[in-house]
Design a protein around this ligand. Structure first.
Ligand code: NAD
Length: 248
């Protein structure tokens, strides 16, 4: 029996990167996992297959985020496979490596639509499915705590997510639902494929462990927050930067 046996979890953006690692870890802990993806069905299928290979159960659900009606589409897909939810992980997101002078209005709006508006409506429309005693975990970012001019608009979206976290925590406490943000530093994923070696070297140097984070570093923290052992932790911002903030 795993720590999450009998639970159902939904991880957005689970076709690759951090989301895939979270989905695999929650599956290993015994949860039945809804593997959400935007467009890459084959990649989502790989996540499902990896969970099943570990002896777990999973299904894929498709919904492009950042478009009108995205949350309704996601939950309609979810409802075809399950009748209730215990753990919601809002992980899907996009980045934008631009200084304020280069940020255009359309890309600013798309960033907010995917990173902040979608989680808001996914929660809003998912609350009727989320069981009492459940978990909402928002994947934020360390850039909400350290000023990073090169990602200013992206950082704002994650700041909005943090406000969603602590405000919802207050609202949902009476139902025994915890809501927390887990905030990675720079993690080795496709999202960072375009970062220069100079930026990556600075990120390694910033961590007290002198390396980049891995998707599994984040997934293991999320598994704890999702478990019953973390029932007394809510409304929190959990720094998952490998100590990158210690020298600030
Ligand atoms: P990634 O680009 O590898 O994966 C992002 C996932 O989100 C993918 O599965 C993608 O399909 C999904 N997604 C993106 N836009 C979507 C859309 N419009 N509709 C549906 N799905 C969509 O990135 P990652 O590094 O695994 O990042 C996962 C989360 O962690 C993101 O929220 C990101 O902001 C956050 N984060 C990442 C890092 C990092 O260094 N990689 C650091 C801090 C926070």
């Amino acid at each position: 029996m795993g720590a999450l046996s009998g639970k159902t979890a939904l991880v957005t953006g689970a076709s690759r990167g951090i989301g895939r690692a979270i989905a695999q870890r929650l599956g290993r802990d015994g949860a039945r996992v809804a593997v959400h993806y935007g467009g890459n069905e084959a990649a989502a299928g790989e996540t499902v297959a990896a969970i099943e290979a570990d002896g777990g159960a999973a299904f894929a659900i498709r919904a492009e985020l950042g478009v009108p009606g995205d949350a309704a589409t996601l939950w309609a897909e979810f409802d075809r496979h399950a009748d209730g939810l215990d753990i919601l992980v809002n992980n899907a997101g996009i980045t934008l490596q631009k200084q304020i002078a280069e940020v255009g209005e359309a890309e600013f709006e798309r960033l907010f639509a995917i990173n902040a508006k979608a989680p808001f409506f996914i929660v809003k429309e998912g609350l009727s499915r989320l069981r009492d005693g459940g978990r909402i975990i928002n994947v934020s970012s360390g850039v909400t705590r350290v000023a990073t001019p090169g990602t200013i608009a992206y950082s704002m979206t994650k700041g909005a997510l943090n406000v969603l976290t602590h405000t919802l925590a207050a609202a949902l406490g009476p139902r025994g639902i915890t809501v927390n943000s887990v905030a990675p530093g720079v993690i080795e994923t496709d999202m960072n494929a375009a970062l220069t070696e100079e930026i990556l070297a600075a990120a390694r140097a910033a961590s007290t462990f002198k390396r980049l984070g891995t998707p599994e570093d984040i997934a293991d923290i999320i598994a704890f927050v999702a478990s019953d052992d973390a029932r007394w932790v809510t409304g929190q911002y959990i720094d998952a930067t490998g100590g990158a903030m210690l020298g600030m």
